[in-house]
Design a protein around this ligand. Structure first.
Ligand SMILES: C[S@@+](CC[C@H](N)C(=O)[O-])C[C@H]1O[C@@H](n2cnc3c(N)ncnc32)[C@H](O)[C@@H]1O
Length: 257
């Protein structure tokens, strides 16, 4: 029930991750690469976006970092073909990062909103990056999944463990992120929000997607026999099965000064 990183149902995530992989692939396209760099995927999950990154680094290396042992287990399978070029690291982005080779770039997709101690996150990354290294990232921004948060505000009080809990997410504005990046020593090329709605095909798909990934932290705080009641209560409030994602995007470089 803590605020630290949690375990995920990694096999389910891998199965339902298509929207995340689509969004993450577009983020990866923003990262200029020669092919011989050392690149951190900060929050690699089950490794689907990481595999696309590894394909672009035929002479380079990927550091696939995640807090979840289950996610890393699935990522090892996803990335088996690149094994000699991938270093797997279990680490919490809320804490000081472990020693690793100096980074030419950091990629992160759909992860930073889960990092409990986001203050200092960019400093911790900058500490491992070469001057001029790229940071290309996307996660949930201000207004993200507002229909889910509205539903949770309406029903959360009826669940032990959720009443009064502010929730796990950091959904910042572009201004807040740009300020934090500059303070951590980044030159910010672009930082912007954009809507990225995802419509699930059926009520069953919506419920599965709510369970993993969206409500993973909420479900961890309530009794297992209450899980379906929460999923049903939230899904009832999204009758068109549309998740109103709003993503925040960052293209920045660690300052060379
Ligand atoms: C929604 S998944 C995204 C995975 C992948 N980047 C993708 O785009 O499919 C979020 C990932 O962030 C990881 N995560 C959450 N909090 C973390 C933390 N504090 N430190 C490291 N990883 C964390 C989770 O374990 C999970 O694998």
């Amino acid at each position: 029930m803590g605020t630290g990183p949690r375990e995920w149902d990694a096999c389910t995530y891998d199965r339902v991750a298509a929207p995340m992989t689509r969004m993450g692939s577009a983020v990866l396209d923003r990262l200029p690469l020669r092919g011989d760099e050392v690149v951190l995927d900060a929050g690699c999950g089950s490794g689907q976006v990481t595999a696309k990154l590894a394909t672009r680094l035929p002479r380079g290396r990927v550091i696939a970092l995640d807090a979840s042992a289950a996610m890393l287990d699935v990522a090892r399978k996803t990335l088996a073909a690149f094994e000699n070029r991938v270093l797997f690291v279990q680490s919490d982005l809320s804490q000081a990062l472990p020693t690793m080779p100096a980074l030419d770039a950091v990629l992160s997709t759909a992860t930073f909103h889960w990092v409990a101690k986001h203050h200092g996150l960019f400093d911790r990354l900058a500490d491992r990056m070469k001057p001029g290294a790229h940071l290309v990232a996307q996660w949930g921004g201000a207004g993200n999944v507002s229909r889910v948060t509205t539903a949770l505000a309406a029903v959360g009080h009826a669940f032990d463990g959720l009443a009064g809990w502010p929730g796990p997410w950091w959904f910042p504005t572009a201004e807040e992120v740009a300020d934090q990046l500059v303070a951590a020593g980044f030159d910010v090329a672009e930082c912007w929000l954009h809507p990225e709605p995802v419509e699930l095909d059926s009520r069953a798909d919506l419920e599965e997607y709510l369970a993993t990934p969206i409500l993973v932290a909420h479900l961890a705080r309530i009794a297992p026999q209450e899980h379906q009641r929460l999923i049903t209560a939230v899904a009832d409030r999204i009758p068109d099965r549309r998740i109103d994602y709003v993503r925040i995007n960052v293209v920045a470089r660690r300052s060379v000064r």
